[in-house]
Design a protein around this ligand. Structure first.
Ligand code: PMP
Length: 423
């Protein structure tokens, strides 16, 4: 297919690993959903900038000014990448987990939060201080919208409300009907935050087009290194909230009060929630990744990924005893994240064998989405093990699953080797 682009150069392409059967093989990184390898282009950009980095915001020196410009330009690049509205704020965080915890701290008092039980723990758990309603797993995208509509119809219509939803599942790769869920939220006077940790690396994400209020994602899944993330969206709740961290950079003016205490005026810009010295290189790397993906062209990237998905799914379908996990069914649109179990195999042993015998790096476990994986495995939550490598007794159902995930840097050979290995 002409439209399928070639894999983008990523770090680690030349890494070889030893096999238990003897010899070495090139490492097949098929755990992009956990952390994607950084694009070579991002690494090169960071290396080119590294000799010049300096403190941001308050430094008077040339390199401080340069770094401040690069940091603020990175914000602008991310805003463009996400299709932000002019008044939106882009806050640099450490990760998606950090972004959603920040928003959870910023929700107005009395806010009702609605979240599907199928979410990654990063979007499932931060709301426990709010009035949170957990919604049952839907089995179709339509059911997801109906479930949300029903829950919102029952809510107190006068108080603030927030819906938190993932764009693409980190377990099944399935796309959620974000636009429809956003429309339902807004029709009931609620706001919506999109967990785009798995969507943004695989798909163009446009805040205005999806009509979501906030988007959160992580640099290390978007082909940038670890340690930086983004929360982008409406400024009002963020400006009205107490700073996420108290400290320098977030405060505009600090004075002693007559009663002996300290009075603080906090910034109302993104800096309000970025106290302390920010991760300038991390922000710069995210911006570089945003540019690289845009320049590579989403059409070709998406076509390439769909081509790899088809290879994996068709390959797995031919292997007896393999069950691919799915909430929405075979026809659901999805990104390159596929989880499965193999009859008669402990998933941890299976994943370990893929590594030791074939040099393939996948993941096994419950993928920090315990309720979802338990629903998909159809097993009794009371008898479940935790994330890690619970042992299934002979004849018992798998307690965890195997996940293969890939993206812009994945060559065909990696998924072909994977399918052959499973076979
Ligand atoms: N949401 C989803 C859907 C994810 O897949 C992940 C990471 N597995 C997260 C949130 C959390 O991302 P991070 O670990 O970078 O905070």
């Amino acid at each position: 297919d002409q439209s399928v682009c070639t894999p983008l150069p990523v770090l680690g392409r030349d890494v070889t690993v030893p096999l238990v059967t003897g010899g070495e093989v090139s490492y097949a990184a098929l755990d992009y959903a956990a952390s994607a390898p950084a694009l070579q282009r991002v690494w090169d950009d960071v290396a080119a900038y590294a000799p010049y980095y300096g403190s941001v915001h308050r430094g008077a020196g040339y390199l401080s000014q340069l770094s401040t410009d690069l940091f603020e330009n990175a914000r602008k690049t991310v805003a463009d990448f996400l299709g932000c509205r002019p008044a939106d704020q882009v806050v640099f965080t450490r990760s998606t987990t950090d972004s959603l915890n920040l928003l959870a701290r910023a929700v107005p008092a009395g806010c009702q939060v609605f979240v599907f039980e199928t979410e990654h723990h990063a979007s499932l758990l931060p709301w426990q201080d709010a009035r949170v309603t957990y919604l049952d797993a839907p089995r179709t995208p339509r059911q997801a919208v109906e479930t949300l509509e029903r829950a919102l119809a029952d809510r107190d219509p006068h108080g603030p409300a927030l819906v938190c939803v993932t764009g693409a599942s980190n377990v099944t790769g399935e796309l959620w009907p974000v636009r429809e869920l956003a429309a339902a939220a807004h029709a009931h006077g609620a706001r919506i935050v999109l967990d785009a940790a798995q969507l943004a690396p695989h798909h163009p994400v446009d805040l205005r087009e999806l009509d979501v209020d906030w988007i959160a994602f992580s640099g290390h899944k978007l082909y940038a290194p670890f340690g930086s993330g983004v929360l982008a969206g409406r400024a009002d709740w963020l400006q009205a909230a107490e700073p996420y961290l108290a400290g320098g950079g977030a405060s505009r003016k600090v004075t002693r009060r007559e009663d002996g205490g300290v009075a603080v005026e906090w910034h109302e810009t993104a800096a309000r929630h970025e106290a302390g010295s920010p991760n300038v290189i991390g922000a710069y790397a995210i911006a570089s990744a945003c540019k690289a993906l845009t320049e590579a062209g989403w059409d070709g990237l998406v076509a390439r990924e769909q081509h790899l998905i088809a290879k994996v799914r068709e390959g797995l379908a031919e292997v007896p005893g393999v069950r691919v996990l799915s909430l929405f069914g075979d026809d659901a649109p999805r990104v390159g994240v596929i989880s499965f179990v193999v009859e008669g195999w402990n998933s941890s042993h299976f994943a370990a064998a893929l590594s030791a015998e074939y040099g393939i790096g996948v993941r096994d476990g419950l993928f920090c989405a315990h309720p979802l994986v338990r629903t998909l495995l159809g097993s009794d939550p009371q008898t479940q093990g935790e994330c890690g490598a619970p042992e299934a007794a002979p004849g018992e159902k798998s307690l965890n699953a195997i996940r293969v995930s890939f993206g812009a840097g994945t060559p065909d050979e990696h998924v072909e080797r994977f399918v052959n290995a499973v076979r």
